[in-house]
Design a protein around this ligand. Structure first.
Ligand SMILES: [Zn+2]
Length: 365
């Protein structure tokens, strides 16, 4: 697989359209024509990460935080960004960032936090809805799976955290191929009846054209019969932060201890826990989620677990949930597992390794 092919795959898994306006996701540096020798997964790229990539035979770094946010005017080694870029170009290493788009996809950074804390009924804290379409395809029964695979590979058939969703019913299709046609089955000038499946998929607006092209390519017929129906309902296509429930409520201090252990925190900051006897509902936001207190309150959460909370923002807890600041890096450390799972789905032929370099610039005394 070439770098450009991997970039295309990742752009599909982590849609760039989901990123925040200040963000700079996607390929930061790299030559699309180079064969991928291995992928190194990291939260941040520091200079040591590039040495690690070379040592491990990886020429592609998939990281969470972009290296470049603002315009770079020169690559002359004056700061760590210029040095890393210079080394990446010299060593022919591609760097790709999946940041706020990885935060916002269903199953993204905060979902991973929820999984680690065994939350149930997990939904986005700030949901982004998208127009959906019903795509109906009539396909010979034997080719149903091929068409479905093409739909799923392009983001169709996804409802919330479920994918590969479809409904089908078998019946008979008829058609008569006229002069100039090249029918897959049947003869010119004769009405043919074929056992077909009518398969339905939900497809979001963002994926519609990709899915329709993929169906066209996978379908055996010269003129596939496809209905595209605009639905009145929308689906939750993405969102920032999550909220979910604990199956068994626990005392606040017990929950905080669980959080501290789960996220391997050397310390965590938290507000008054005497305001409730038990934690039942939990809001989470990986990275900097201090502005999510209002949403966490409206979601009925007893506690908001996030990072980067400033002193004055802790006061918001008087009118909202308990706030626990576990550290930015700590809250996002398991994002590498999301990257690994996304790459594993793609039947990759190269090695994927986790960076073991400590990239968190913060130490605790
Ligand atoms: Zn972050």
């Amino acid at each position: 697989m070439r770098v450009s092919e991997l970039v295309k795959y990742l752009d599909n898994e982590f849609p760039l359209s989901l990123q925040e306006s200040y963000d700079n996701c996607g390929l930061q540096v790299g030559d699309g024509n180079v064969e991928v020798s291995g992928v190194l997964l990291a939260i941040d790229v520091v200079e040591a990460t590039l040495d690690e990539a070379v040592d491990k035979g990886c020429n592609f770094i998939l990281c969470h935080h972009p290296l470049i946010f603002k315009g770079v005017k020169r690559i002359a080694g004056k700061n760590y960004i210029e040095r890393i870029l210079h080394k990446a170009i010299k060593c022919d290493i591609a760097i790709y960032a999946a940041h706020t788009n990885a935060d916002k996809i269903i199953g993204g950074v905060s979902y991973k936090m929820a999984e680690k804390l065994s939350l149930v009924n997990v939904t986005p804290l700030e949901a982004e809805n998208e127009q959906v379409y019903k795509v109906v395809v009539y396909v010979p029964v034997a080719d149903k799976q091929k068409v479905s695979d093409a739909v799923y590979a392009n983001g169709g058939g996804t409802i919330g955290a479920y994918d590969c969703c479809s409904f089908s019913v078998d019946g008979a299709g008829t058609f008569k191929a006229n002069d100039g046609c090249h029918p897959y089955v049947g003869n010119i000038g004769e009405i043919h009846e074929e056992k077909e499946s009518r398969v339905e998929y939900v497809v979001s607006r963002r994926n519609l054209s990709k899915v329709l092209s993929a169906i066209d390519e996978a379908h055996p017929y010269e003129e596939p019969a496809i209905d595209v129906i605009k639905l009145e309902n929308t689906i939750v296509a993405a969102g920032m932060g999550v909220v979910g429930d604990l199956e068994t409520p626990v005392a606040p201090i017990e929950f905080l201890r669980r959080v501290k252990e789960t996220f391997r925190c050397e310390m965590l900051k938290y507000t008054d826990i005497d305001k409730t006897d038990a934690i039942r509902r939990v809001a989470l936001c990986g990275g900097s989620g201090s502005d999510m207190v209002g949403l966490a309150k409206r979601s009925g959460a007893d506690i908001l677990v996030t990072g980067d909370v400033k002193y004055h923002q802790f006061f918001d807890s008087y009118d909202g949930p308990i706030i626990a600041d576990i550290g930015h890096y700590e809250s996002e450390q398991y994002t590498k597992e999301i990257f690994f799972n996304v790459l594993s789905k793609n039947n990759i032929k190269f090695a994927v390794q986790n960076s073991t370099i400590k990239s968190n610039p913060i130490n605790y005394l």
